[in-house]
Design a protein around this ligand. Structure first.
Ligand SMILES: [Zn+2]
Length: 299
């Protein structure tokens, strides 16, 4: 766990305290600010009405997790994520499907004043076998939903799931690299090993670096708004991933988003904004393995 309770990164406060106030004012409208040579993406963290812990407990738990995830991602890109607000939403007890839960979360949870709303639902327990742990509709989408309460999933796994979904926010696709946080099946126990750092594969690292520069330098809000030069470079990276991992649809989905024309209403869900395939658990959740074994990918 990280110790800092600050909602703004310590580096931001130290480097440019004068601009901090301006940034906080701008945040209400934009959900992001730039003052340290990079970009801070402000996040609202939400739990549903099934969260059993007191407010101060779950807020600290999720703030710590986001700060850890932000540090991991910042090693690859100029972007940081920082908490600016907390909230709750009332999830429908009858919903037992992840995609339906994501749709409900998007309709009930306002992201303002942040740029992203990240929801942690404890509405229903994971089923035996493969199940969805998290999901979003694609790069730079306004909402990310994650499954929270489950005795089979531990804090290191939850951190890895959060890093995975924030990777999607920055344009990362699923990877066949069994050591990459962007492998499509996680919570396989490996994140609990001290010898297993949460890391991105080189192709996704380059994608995130490029997208992060666009966000930091031009405040790009959509993948389709990147500059022509970056679009060409991203297409090359996505094509490389598609060649080595043709069975996964996330790369094709991100390529479609890269080419999507701007729409007037960001929240309107065009066919290209169908959710990325949700992140899943392996069929059987193993105990922490004694030695690393090749990771099986979802069919
Ligand atoms: Zn994914």
């Amino acid at each position: 766990m990280l110790d800092s309770p600050s909602s703004l990164s310590q580096r931001t406060v130290i480097v440019c305290p004068m601009i901090l106030w301006i940034s906080l004012i701008l945040v209400a409208g934009s959900g992001s600010s730039s003052c340290w040579g990079g970009q801070t993406i402000y996040v609202k963290l939400l739990v549903d009405d099934e969260e059993v812990f007191r407010d101060e407990v779950w807020k600290q738990r999720l703030r710590n997790r986001l700060e850890k995830a932000s540090e991991i991602i910042h090693a690859y890109t100029k972007v940081r994520f920082s908490v600016i607000a907390f909230d709750r939403w009332d999830s429908d007890d009858s919903v037992q499907d992840f995609i339906e839960s994501l749709r409900e979360f998007e309709s009930k949870a306002e992201r303002g004043p942040a740029r992203i709303a990240i929801g942690f639902t404890s509405q229903y327990q994971l089923k035996q076998g493969r199940d969805q742990l998290g999901g979003t509709r694609g790069a730079m989408h306004s909402h990310i939903l994650l499954r929270e309460a489950n005795p089979k999933v531990f804090e290191p796994d939850r951190l890895e799931v959060l890093v995975h979904e924030l990777g999607h926010f920055l344009g990362a696709a699923h990877s066949p690299d069994p050591d990459s946080v962007m492998r499509p099946v996680v919570a396989d126990g490996r994140a609990r090993l001290k010898s297993f750092p949460i890391r991105f594969d080189p192709l996704n690292a380059e994608i995130m670096r490029l997208v992060g520069l666009e966000i930091a330098n031009r405040d790009v809000r959509r993948l389709s708004d990147v500059s022509p030069n970056v679009r060409t470079k991203l297409t090359v990276q996505y094509d490389r991933i598609a060649r080595i991992f043709p069975e996964d649809e996330s790369t094709r989905k991100l390529l479609r988003l890269l080419d999507s024309p701007r729409t007037a209403k960001e929240s309107s869900l065009s066919p290209s904004q169908a959710p990325l395939r949700p992140l899943t658990l392996p069929k059987r959740v193993p105990a922490v393995p004694q030695r690393l074994v090749p990771h099986r990918l979802t069919p």
